[in-house]
Design a protein around this ligand. Sequence first.
Ligand code: HEM
Length: 444
Amino acid sequence: MTNKTTNYLEQYDAAADADKYPLVRGWMYSEPLPFFKELREKRPILVTPECTLLALFDDVTDVLNMPKVFTVELYVAKMADYLMAHDDDALHSREKSIMMGLLNRDDLPQVRAMVANIGKGLLDQANGRIEVVNDYCRMVPATLVQDYFGLTGVDRKDLIEWSYWNQYNTFHNQPFDLLSEELSQSVTNHQKEVSGKLGKYIAGLILRRLPITKAEQALSVLLTPLSLLKKLLGQQSGQADKKLTDDIVARMLRTSFPHAVDFDIKRLGVNAGGLLIGAIETTSQAVAQTIQFFLERPELLAKAVDAAKMDDPKAFDGMVWEALRFVPIAPYLFRKAAGEYTVAKGTAHATTISAGTIILPLTQSAMFDPTAFELPDEFIAERNWYHYFHFGFGSHDCLGKYVGMVLIPEMVRQVLLRSGIKAHGSIDYKSGPFPEQYDLSWGS
Ligand code: HEM
């Protein structure tokens, strides 16, 4: 799929300093695969005036494995005190592990069933024609944020807007995004505005749900001896606890940590908000781009539809992960060097990075590096899952990874199961970083 002969580096070397990074930026988005291939073959570490790009699998994983050296400092101004802006410290370890435990992986079969149900309901309502980005790709995760994460009592449109501006400002309003000053300021302002609204909503959510959760819990403690007795007498199989309202916010409110653990109600609120921010726009982009990837390739689409009909989702899910290698939500992650480090030491492309340098580990390029991906240009659905970077890599890998691993494929699956599914035009990004419109129809 990437046979174009190219000479990006010749053009790059001949360009004036001020034009070098803008050229690179354009290629990363308009023709990433041939550009990255040339980098891997000729200049695996490209030092531009704006930032340094790493194109090989081994260099990308090396850097992402050292959070204290290659830091997430660029997140700090964007997300205050959330765990994501902390590198390998007590807060990051504590809050990530607490949240990972609460997002119990044993829930995943039910989560997948919920997603199937929500998705099917939205598609049934649409009567054969849908603008899939707003009415499905954003709406399904927003509904899951309410039903499974427990951010209840709010319009899903608000949840979508709050996630959107936070994601835009954090991931697409950085120096290397080359936004005009005016646009950059407007995105920052929007994020500030919605963060205020999200903060107020979370405070209200806790005030509303805390007494109910505690009352339910107290009642269940009272009922426990009775329920144990009934169980002993063989009249009841479950525990009283199983009858409690169950979603992630309820689990958070029901759990009291000793003071020394340092996870108080304020930290609970910050982490409840984080669940929303991470979930919507990422999922929407991944799902919209994967659907388009298949709809544009009739042979693969036929195979995907066959796999979608199987009871075991394994084959279908493998096709989705492989599709995302070609159309990932971003071609790179980004880090800032805290100290000097020589990447690829002992090789011909060894490069010393100095403190303060911004690094773009090109995760999409790493997913086409033949050392980790045999026949990288071919679509091979049964690849080793551990080599993909769809949910990041290393200490900052995605908290919602396991939810995402059922959410994304099940959403794509529900759409591809509509018989005669077709697109009317392609995804419209409306000059922004995210899919904004994609019209689909199905049936006769
Ligand atoms: C389903 C709900 C989701 C939640 C609650 C969530 C939350 C998070 C959080 C908290 C982090 C930072 C973890 C850390 O710093 O240790 C993270 C990282 C990440 N997430 Fe998610 N996420 C979700 C879904 C997704 C989806 C659907 C995708 C992609 C399709 C995704 C892609 C990523 C990536 C690539 C990173 C790594 C960022 C980095 O290394 O700088 N996430 N996510």
